[in-house]
Design a protein around this ligand. Structure first.
Ligand code: C2O
Ligand code: CU
Length: 469
């Protein structure tokens, strides 16, 4: 007897039915999952056409088991707030890997950091991840092992956590932004230069969204479209603007903003997400262009094209996103933790099978993290479960660092450089010479990694972890 599995049904619902009568604007592989059914994810390596001219060898990608899509870019995973999400990773690379679920507050054992929260997943082995995401929004997943190579060669995908109470959009576009570092022959060149790793990080050569240079997506004319943007690049900080349509920022790093702001220009650094509500232009064929204006000459990131007759929707009609838990910090009773981000004397990092770059350039509190070893260094600090902490992060380097905390959210409280919004987040871009206070409730027990998300900085010392007990 044959029958259509629940998963198949959900899969088509996710692609074609999730936005009511709206257009299916994401032709790409997308899947929602029944709670009992693990999503089967393979990490594998192979040839992919990236630059439109010649296949690039040794691209690392995530694929759903049995994926027949002609689109090799990473599957967009979808689940619902509070529902059990299960993913079975099968490692078909010829090196160990893991999956980290960036921005998700989950049990420590599911966090995907080798030697800190789990053993390696070796070639041919599997690992079952399971958690129930407490927050809805745009999150993502990527390896935490030999990270510069594995992410640089492609591994990083979007994880959307939905909430049925969210307003209904007429369409949705998910943009996974990243560069590939290729030579003129379309093949990978060395992933980093030590001189650049000691500065801003080494930039890729081919800019992509969803692994395509300047892709274009059709969206319903006059409609309201949710655009979920992920900066999955290992180095690049984006300054994004959208020409040709009205847009509002509705969420940052997965969390709804307290007040929507018109999108003028938004800074999105490695690891961060930006959710926009876009009011599509009314006339069929009109193009809206998402551009990166950093450092100077604007570069096209992606285009949206209005199709059909205008739905005549209004941004003002859009109801609020369902709320996330927030950070309930008791600032009158907070313990301060100094966190100095600095350059360090250039020494060779200790050997690490999980991908040392062979150098240390950076440090947190003067300690350059020695790399992922079976014998990690002491935690930066030990936190008591349930207490409030103020992370006093001070950047004494001339470079910006998108600093990221696993397992818990924080909220910016004050900065010497700018007016900060009390945004709930997992990643904060610390500017040169900035001192910022991040408030945090230590509500999740375990060892939680804290690192710069410019992966060369992470892998050359700017890493540590907190122990919450
Ligand atoms: Cu997005 Cu430690 O990672
Ligand atoms: Cu950094």
């Amino acid at each position: 007897m044959t029958f259509v599995s629940r998963r198949t049904l959900l899969k088509s619902a996710a692609v074609f039915g999730a936005y009511g009568a709206g257009l299916a604007v994401m032709p790409r592989l997308s899947q929602a999952f029944a709670s009992t059914d693990p999503v089967e994810i393979e990490a594998l390596s192979g040839d992919v056409l990236l630059d439109g001219k010649q296949a690039t060898r040794g691209v690392m990608r995530y694929a759903l088991a049995g994926q027949t899509s002609t689109d090799p870019s990473p599957p967009i995973l979808r689940t619902k707030r509070g529902e059990a999400f299960k993913a079975r990773l099968t490692n078909r690379l010829d090196e160990p890997t893991t999956i980290h679920w960036h921005g998700i507050r989950l049990p420590n054992t599911q966090d995907g950091v080798p030697f800190v929260t789990q053993p390696y997943v070796y070639t041919g082995d599997r690992f079952d991840y399971a958690f129930s995401p407490p927050d809805a929004g745009t999150f993502w997943y990527h390896p935490h092992c030999n990270t510069l190579t594995q992410m640089g060669r492609g591994l990083a995908g979007v994880l959307v956590v939905e909430d049925d109470r969210d307003p209904v959009f007429d369409g949705e576009v998910v943009l996974n932004l990243r560069d590939f570092r290729l030579g003129g022959d379309g093949q990978f060149i060395e992933q980093f230069k030590p001189r650049d790793a000691a500065k801003t990080g080494t930039f890729g050569t081919l800019r992509t969204a969803n692994w395509q240079p300047e892709p274009r997506y059709d969206v319903p004319a006059g409609g309201l479209v949710r655009v979920r943007i992920l900066a999955a690049d290992v180095t690049r900080i984006y300054n994004l603007r959208l020409n040709g349509a009205e847009a509002q920022i509705i969420a940052i790093d997965g969390h709804p903003v307290p007040e929507r702001l018109a999108l003028d220009m938004a800074v999105v650094s490695p690891g961060q997400r930006l959710d926009l509500a876009v009011r599509v232009a009314d006339s069929e064929g009109m193009e809206m262009v998402l551009e990166d204006v950093r450092p100077s000459t604007p570069k096209v990131v992606a285009r949206l094209r209005a199709v059909g007759s205008s739905l005549k929707r209004n941004l003002g009609d859009l109801g609020p996103l369902s709320e996330n838990a927030g950070v309930d910090a008791d600032l009158s009773n907070a313990t301060e933790i100094p966190l100095l981000l600095s350059a360090t004397a250039e020494t060779a990092a200790r050997d690490s099978i999980c991908g040392t770059l062979g150098y240390s350039f950076w440090a947190i509190n003067k300690v350059p993290y020695p790399g992922d070893t079976p014998d990690p260094t002491a935690p930066i600090a030990e936190l008591k479960l349930g207490r409030t902490y103020l992370l006093n992060v001070e950047n004494v380097t001339p470079h910006a660092h998108p600093i990221h905390l696993h397992g818990m959210n924080f909220k910016a409280v004050s900065s010497n450089k700018r007016e900060v919004q009390p945004l709930v987040s997992d990643t904060y871009l610390v500017l040169p010479d900035e001192k910022v206070q991040l408030a945090l409730v230590a509500d999740n027990p375990g060892d939680w990694v804290f690192h710069c998300h410019i992966i060369e900085h992470q892998k050359t010392g700017m890493t540590g972890y907190f122990r919450v007990t």
